[in-house]
Design a protein around this ligand. Structure first.
Ligand code: HEC
Length: 114
């Protein structure tokens, strides 16, 4: 009888851990995109691979940004601590560092081979 309880306890723990890991694994994906849209990044940026279309005709497509850039660079660039071609980003990110990290992690998953 004792063994069965231990066994059941184990099964429940494994299922719970699995579910937890699953949620964690998927979270950045969903939240990053949400933060991107909430911050109106899509005013100036298209991400074709994520189904985001900017109305601006000269929008920069970020579909491949995860291949071209590193986490360190994106964190700094979006906080205007570093520049591209001598220019600051046109937009100041208004969220906190935690949100920025989720956003950047999501951007880094964007790798579309053209
Ligand atoms: C007012 C317009 C505007 C908004 C809003 C805006 N950006 Fe940008 N962003 C630009 C411009 C312009 C560039 C430079 C594009 C280029 O490389 O020619 C740029 C460049 C970038 C790059 C670098 C692309 C590369 O060359 O690797 C990233 C990443 C980026 N933006 C992310 C974001 C994120 C995330 C947001 C929302 C928090 C955002 N942008 C909001 C105008 C904007």
């Amino acid at each position: 009888m004792k063994n069965i309880i231990i066994y059941l306890g184990l099964v429940v723990t494994i299922v719970a851990l699995y579910g937890f890991a699953y949620t964690l694994g998927n979270k950045p994906d969903v939240d990053g995109k949400k933060i991107f849209l909430d911050n109106k990044c899509n005013m100036c940026h298209t991400i074709q691979s994520a189904g985001i279309e900017s109305k601006k005709s000269d929008a920069t497509d970020l579909s491949n940004v995860g291949k071209d850039r590193t986490e360190e660079f994106l964190m700094k660039f979006l906080k205007k601590e570093t520049k591209i071609n001598d220019k600051d980003h046109k937009f100041t990110f208004k969220g906190n560092d935690e949100e920025l990290k989720v956003l950047v992690d999501w951007l880094l998953t964007l790798k579309t081979d053209k």
